[in-house]
Design a protein around this ligand. Structure first.
Ligand SMILES: *Cc1c(COP(=O)(O)O)cnc(C)c1O
Length: 364
């Protein structure tokens, strides 16, 4: 039933596989599954950032990138680092505003210093996430992909929050999908891994070269664990999503909470669009804590310090509920200081609510 964990650095000469940095049968088992799920050809990486870096490193210099203002902070830090060394320019956009985002793409497409060559990213890249992290705004992936393509840009979607079970960006027109498999795909907070998926053979081959040259390869055991996680993705996702929806609904009515963000709420600005392009609303909820007499950040931190069943910590998508004040990170200072991001696990929802209620009481 299970592919073996092939622990080897090299292979007998004469076969298809040659050296362990270029291929491994356990990676291939995971890649076949991920390729089927997203509808493309997949490559496994050592982490989500490994996959993201490989994609961004393919862009010819000087590259041009449009990215969501609240994109994953590692992606923004990577772009800032590379931009600081003069290798690309990037602009941030409000992805839920399709027209404004495409207007920025158009400005970038007209920029005078075009890189030479015709390959992936030579006309610029539109880097999308939806729902966004942690504000859970919903971008119109099909309209943005079509508009960006018309302007000559290639489109990448970080599909970590949705997983291919809720949203298939390649079907919506994206050129490449990347994931932090660390999160829902592997699902048990025991592995860091990433994956990139594409239907374009040229992009697949170029990414495989990047992986070999950068050496951001996953360990065979980690790949095996990620594949095992993938087998229960559907049931974990169903339970976590139901928990997220119920917690969001109850948080809306709580007097110490404001601005609950969850695309599944009928009042959420992204609700209709999410309903059209996704087959579920996901497992992440954001909300702000308000407590009379406490500064916003202090009130939110008091809640995080008081949870007993949920775990105070960063990351998301595991079977355990995690909660974090995102503003504690230097790269997240644009967020409301009282904003908490909750990644719903698969615990009993009544236990989770009891825990959140007692923690919110501490903030009052
Ligand atoms: C965690 C995360 C990443 C980075 O993945 P790692 O596996 O931590 O390298 C990228 N994008 C999103 C949306 C994430 O949540």
């Amino acid at each position: 039933m299970n592919p073996p964990v092939t622990m080897t650095s090299t292979f007998h000469q004469g076969g298809e596989l040659v050296y362990g940095r270029d291929g491994n049968p356990t990676w291939e088992a995971f890649e076949v599954a991920m390729g089927d799920l997203e509808g493309g050809q997949a490559l496994a990486f050592a982490s989500g950032m490994g996959a993201i870096a490989a994609v961004l490193e393919m862009i010819p210099v000087p590259g041009r990138v449009v990215v969501g203002g609240d994109a994953y902070n590692g992606t923004r830090r990577f772009l800032a680092d590379v931009a600081g060394r003069g290798r690309l320019r990037f602009r941030t956009a409000t992805l839920e505003d399709t027209e404004a985002t495409l207007a920025i793409c158009a400005e970038l497409a007209e920029a005078p210093s075009r890189p030479s060559g015709e390959g992936f990213g030579s006309g610029g890249i539109l880097w999308l996430e939806s729902p966004t992290n942690p504000l859970l705004a919903v971008a119109d992936l099909a309209a943005l992909s079509a508009g960006a393509h018309q302007l000559g840009l290639d489109v990448v979607v970080d599909n970590t929050f949705a997983t291919p079970l809720l949203q298939r960006p390649l079907d919506l027109g994206a050129d490449v999908v990347v994931h932090s498999a660390t999160k829902l795909l592997a699902g048990h907070s025991d592995v860091l891994m990433g994956v990139a998926v594409t239907r374009r053979p040229d992009v697949h081959d170029a990414l495989a070269v990047r992986r070999s040259l950068h050496g951001a390869i996953p360990a065979p055991l980690d790949t095996w664990l990620a594949l095992r996680g993938l087998r229960t993705l559907a049931v974990r996702l169903e339970r976590s999503q139901a928990n997220a929806a119920e917690l969001a609904r109850r948080l809306v009515g709580h007097r110490s909470v404001r601005n609950v963000r969850y695309p599944g709420l009928a009042t959420d600005p992204g609700h209709l669009r999410a309903g059209e392009q996704m087959s579920g609303y996901g497992t992440i909820v954001s909300f702000e804590v308000s407590a009379p007499g406490l500064a916003d950040a202090d009130a939110a931190e008091a809640v995080v310090a008081a949870v007993r069943l949920a775990t105070a910590g960063t990351s998301l998508g595991g079977v355990e509920t995690l909660i974090e004040r995102r503003g504690r990170w230097a790269a997240e200072q644009a967020l409301p200081p009282a904003l908490l991001r909750l990644s719903a696990g698969i615990e009993d929802v009544e236990d989770l609510w009891e825990d959140l209620e007692q923690a919110l009481a501490v903030a009052r």
